[in-house]
Design a protein around this ligand. Sequence first.
Ligand SMILES: Nc1ncnc2c1ncn2[C@@H]1O[C@H](COP(=O)(O)OP(=O)(O)OP(=O)(O)O)[C@@H](O)[C@H]1O
Ligand SMILES: [Mg+2]
Length: 170
Amino acid sequence: MSDLVSASPERTRAIGAAVASFLREGDVVLLVGSLGAGKTTFVKGLVEALGGGQGVTSPTFTLAHRYKTVPPVTHVDLWRLERLQEVIDLALDEELEEGGAVIVEWGEAAEALYGSAALVVRLSFGVEEGERLISLEARGETWQPRAAQLTDMVTEQLAARVTPETARRR
Ligand SMILES: Nc1ncnc2c1ncn2[C@@H]1O[C@H](COP(=O)(O)OP(=O)(O)OP(=O)(O)O)[C@@H](O)[C@H]1O
Ligand SMILES: [Mg+2]
């Protein structure tokens, strides 16, 4: 749906913040990208934008963090999970039913459970140092109606933060 270039961690946070403004109760966001691609950086921007503070860290060992935002965001990292049952055991369905939103690092591991109705965010390394390619894919009845507006919002957010350096490269 949209392919974006993020030239810095700040910009990846800004994209997370733009997505935050669309987040509703019961939403799932799946983050797909290799080690160090910027998944946690994206979540930082998203949670900060919702007033969740600056204390976002990777829940690699704790599996899940819950932030007191509106909607409440549960941030999970499925890196160490090997079986779908382990993902089911996290009881994310309960969070969603109770009005929370769930954002998942290594989201491909939750594809079978949530892939049909989710915002899928893919992050990969760009050619330049500090550059990341970020694509957003709105899936299902929950996300698709928001796709066009979300693309506009994210594009605006990026344009507003263009530095002279990146503007020259365009
Ligand atoms: N454009 C960019 N967007 C995001 N992060 C960037 C960018 N450029 C450089 N970085 C750096 O890359 C690293 C991304 O780390 P982050 O923890 O967000 O990745 P991750 O995908 O969550 O990794 P992991 O797989 O270990 O969970 C940070 O050190 C960040 O500063
Ligand atoms: Mg991470």
